[in-house]
Design a binder for this molecule. Structure first.
Ligand code: PGD
Length: 822
């Protein structure tokens, strides 16, 4: 390990660059990067998570898989594990990969492996896995993200490509100088601005928000949560009823049209479909004008406040911004499309500080300009399998092979998956309706997981391979709009027998006969030098700056990336000259109505922005039984499920569980007091949580952030999570048949004070149960002793756990029966 004397070991993470000081006992302390004006509070979570008892110390196999071989089973997630030595674990994994490929074909291996894993350009777990599986002959992959699955599909229809909006947002300095009014749909939540894939070294957004406040700009905070905008911002809070932003946008748009405030010159020159939108606003087809009164009924906001906001927006330099969370919901296309349409009617798209934005406050680097160079990257090879799923359809994929579904204007069929290989993600955190996901994870023959910690996903696997954390290996790291490239030195020894994902996959590749192709004969340091060298040459050739030689960079610990544009205004070039800089839409303009989407004739995504009633919102019939609207948004105390065992996250627990925020009057009606243990439930499941009462949340709304480790209490079907994971409550339904995006943001629930006697304990902060190896000739806890090359291999044919051997196991969604109950 190279370490420059006297200064902390440099590293980076999704919550930003930082330094590590190491104690004599091997403990670590995370210290802010000196250039970071607003270091992430998440740094406090690093030490506890790094050396937590839930770290995976050795490879392990689920007992039933070891004893009975692969096959569908309801026992995943409920059986103990047997620890193995590395050679045997890799032999078993390689043999099973080969068996599935040879018998069922490469498309039977699901390697989508969605997840954030850790920062670092080389050890990026998903990239490593994809490179490996491509060389293996291919795999069924996944597309898009849980963050942005809806917008990534929708935006190309509206403005030609998603990147223009998502990667070229108007920069913060332009906003702070020019914007007078921000219509912030979903707010600009500060908790999210510390996080970006790959990290940022200088967290700028808190400072930009302060500058915006100092400049006197007004923010209309449109959210059920007051905390979606920092205090101290000149703001008016519109505590909108959840899931009704589209109605408000349409009501605002109608007011602009009715009062002659909309910019007809702009829509004539730069948009298409305006007539379709205006007819809809006037209610020509359905007889329902989408006026302020109509919007007031749906949103719970006064009609006069809506009209007043429309007039203010027309009278000022106004930025309409929509957080990503709004599209992470049923019909999530609509608030994005309606927000863009509202900005178009205001006529300020392409003007400094005006127009449209998507994601300010959703991520740490939205509104930053990036370096003009691609970052170092690991070559991915070519995946010859063309099968993929939109990532949020994982449970459908496993439960319904052979069934068809719509996606992005095409009709696709789910392949039959026999083996799931996951590295760097936690589907038992990120997916919806975890009871259903458990049943889905019962379907494949084998689930193979690389993890750093005993997450719920690791506990639902058959073979678990312990991975190092980013602190335990060398890498090069930066976010896509970062200011620095960081030389990530090793800051801690690997925990137990943990190996880098690359080393794990190299071991598998070697056994499968393509070791040289996968590693290209390089060790980790040689890979870093190679990736850096390739990037440095490209960077110099493109004029983006001349990076120092690798040794110099490595010794310095970082290099400040040059060549970023000072400022940027989204769609400025298009506005300046729509003929020579047209958008890549069929019309070359902004599509306020899309003939291509209309032609798909989808019931849940028409050809223009529209109010579509979701199945779960406060006005739905389902609210009669479950009247509270749960917002399951991003947490402030951890990164998704990562660092949930760290000090920051643990300190925020209430009654030992995740904290649920609710309005005092909603609590009073249910005799719930602050700090009470409560049960949150609907028909899909239930979880325990600790009550926090606050009037900074709209009435009828409760907030339970994502990321408390899923802790299913044995014997409960539908599941009861002892810890407070909201995804036991959310529905596994797509945003629409257009994009098939994640809809985890909202669910209807009811809450009651826990009255079930002694509550089930939280068990996920302990490792799972281990048992001695039961196979003949194996010592206790010692693996089989068969050693390398002597893989007994799982049985040659899939066999259901406890079910008789069968050439073709039943592959349908099992009923809620004992087999799928832990
Ligand atoms: P993480 O907790 O970051 O969540 O879902 P995601 O799966 O990305 O999981 C990453 C996992 O990788 C962790 O378990 C961590 O231990 C592991 N890991 C870290 N480093 C390494 C490594 O080097 N190697 C290996 N092998 N493993 C590693 C996040 C997803 O959740 C996202 S992005 C969003 S936006 C969604 N948001 C919501 C939402 O708003 N509401 C709900 N209800 N649900 C959501 N889920 C989605």
């Amino acid at each position: 390990m190279t370490r420059t004397a006297g200064r902390p070991v440099p590293t980076t993470s999704h919550w930003g660059a930082f330094g590590v000081r190491r104690g004599a006992d091997g403990s670590v302390l995370a210290v802010p990067h000196p250039a970071d004006p607003a270091p992430s509070p998440l740094l406090a979570g690093v030490p506890g998570a790094q050396r937590h008892p839930t770290r995976i110390r050795r490879p392990a196999a689920r007992l039933g898989w070891l004893e009975r071989g692969p096959g569908p089973t309801g026992r995943r997630g409920s059986e103990p594990f047997v620890e193995l030595d590395w050679d045997e674990a890799l032999d078993l994994a390689a043999a099973e990969l080969a068996r599935v490929r040879d018998r069922h074909g490469n498309q039977a291996v699901f390697g989508g492996s969605y997840g954030w894993a850790s920062a670092g350009r080389f050890h990026h777990a998903q990239s490593q896995l994809h490179r490996f599986l491509s060389a293996f002959g291919g795999f069924t992959g996944s597309r898009n993200s849980y963050s942005l699955g809806t917008s990534l599909v929708l935006l190309p229809y509206l403005v030609g490509d998603a990147d223009s909006v998502l990667r070229s947002a108007t920069s913060w300095p332009v906003i702070t100088r020019h914007t007078e009014l921000v219509l912030a749909f979903g707010g600009i939540p500060e908790k999210n601005v510390y996080v970006t894939p790959g990290g940022v070294t200088r967290h700028g957004t808190p400072g930009h928000l302060a500058a915006l406040a100092a400049a006197g700009a007004q923010v209309a905070l449109i959210s059920p949560l007051r905390d979606d905008l920092p205090d101290g911002q000149p703001a008016r809070w519109y505590p909108i009823r959840p899931a009704t932003d589209t109605a408000l946008m349409l009501g605002l748009a109608h007011t602009l049209v009715q009062e002659g405030l909309y910019d007809r010159e702009f829509t004539d020159r730069y948009c298409t479909g305006t007539d379709v939108l205006l007819r809809y606003l006037r209610g020509e087809a359905d007889g329902v004008p989408k006026d302020a009164r109509w919007a007031a009924d749906l949103t719970g906001l006064p009609a006069e406040a809506i009209r007043d906001l429309a007039r203010r927006a027309a009278a000022h330099r106004t930025l309409v911004t929509v957080t990503w969370s709004l599209q992470r919901a049923r019909h999530g296309e609509q608030p994005v499309w309606a927000g863009l349409a509202l900005a178009a009617l205001l006529g300020q798209i392409g003007l400094p500080g005006g127009g449209f934005g998507h994601g300010y406050g959703s991520m740490g680097d939205v509104g930053d300009t990036g370096p003009q160079t691609r970052l170092p990257h690991l070559p991915q090879g070519r995946n010859p399998v063309t099968e993929f799923i939109p990532c949020a359809r994982i449970a459908d994929l496993l439960l319904h092979p052979g069934e068809s579904y719509d996606y992005d204007g095409t009709r696709r069929t789910y392949p039959d998956i026999r083996l799931v290989h996951w590295a760097g993600g936690n589907p038992f955190h990120h997916h919806q309706d975890l009871g259903r996901l458990r049943r889905a994870f019962g379907r494949p023959d084998t689930v193979l997981v690389h993890e750093t910690h005993w997450t719920a996903t690791a506990r639902h696997a058959d073979l678990v391979l312990p991975a190092t954390t980013a602190l335990e290996r060398e890498d090069i790291g930066a976010g896509r709009r970062d200011t620095h490239l960081i030389a990530m030195h090793r800051a801690a020894d690997p925990y137990g027998q943990a190996r880098d994902d690359h080393a794990i996959l190299a071991g598998l590749a070697e056994r499968l006969g393509f070791g040289q192709e996968f590693t290209e004969g390089r060790d980790t340091r040689q890979w870093l030098e190679h990736l850096y060298g390739t990037w440095a040459r490209e960077s110099a050739a493109s004029g983006a700056g001349e990076p120092p030689p690798f040794e110099e960079f490595w010794a310095a610990g970082e290099w400040e990336l040059p060549g970023r544009p000072a400022e940027r205004t989204l769609f400025a070039a298009f506005r300046a000259d729509p003929q020579s800089a047209p958008l890549a839409t069929p019309s070359g303009r902004i599509e306020l109505a899309s003939a291509r989407i209309a032609a798909m004739d989808l019931p849940d995504c028409p050809g223009h922005p529209a109010w579509l009633e979701p199945e779960e919102w406060p006005g739905a019939p389902a609210a009669a039984r479950h009247p509270l609207l749960l917002i399951a948004n991003q947490p402030a105390t951890r990164l998704h499920s990562q660092l949930d065992t760290g000090a920051l996250s643990l300190a925020a627990k209430v009654a030992g569980r995740e904290a649920v925020q609710m309005h005092p009057e909603d609590a009073g009606e249910r005799s719930i007091s602050p700090g009470d243990l409560v049960r949150i439930f609907n028909d899909r499941g239930a979880c325990l949580a600790g009550a926090v009462l606050t009037d900074r949340i709209a009435r009828g709304v409760v907030r339970l952030p994502t990321g408390a480790w899923f802790d299913p209490v044995p014997g409960h079907e539908p599941p009861l999570c002892a810890h407070g994971n909201p995804n036991v409550l959310t529905a596994d339904v797509p945003s629409s048949r257009l994009s098939q995006g994640c809809t985890g943001q909202h669910a209807l629930v009811e809450i009651e004070r826990w009255s079930g006697g002694e509550p089930p304990p939280v068990t996920v902060r302990e490792p799972p149960r281990f048992v001695p190896d039961p196979r003949p000739g194996s010592g206790p806890n010692s693996g089989s002793g068969l050693g390398s090359g002597a893989a007994p291999g799982p049985g040659p044919e899939p066999r259901g756990g406890g079910t008789p051997p069968s050439a073709t196991p039943p592959r349908h969604e099992p009923p809620h029966d004992r087999e799928s109950t832990p």
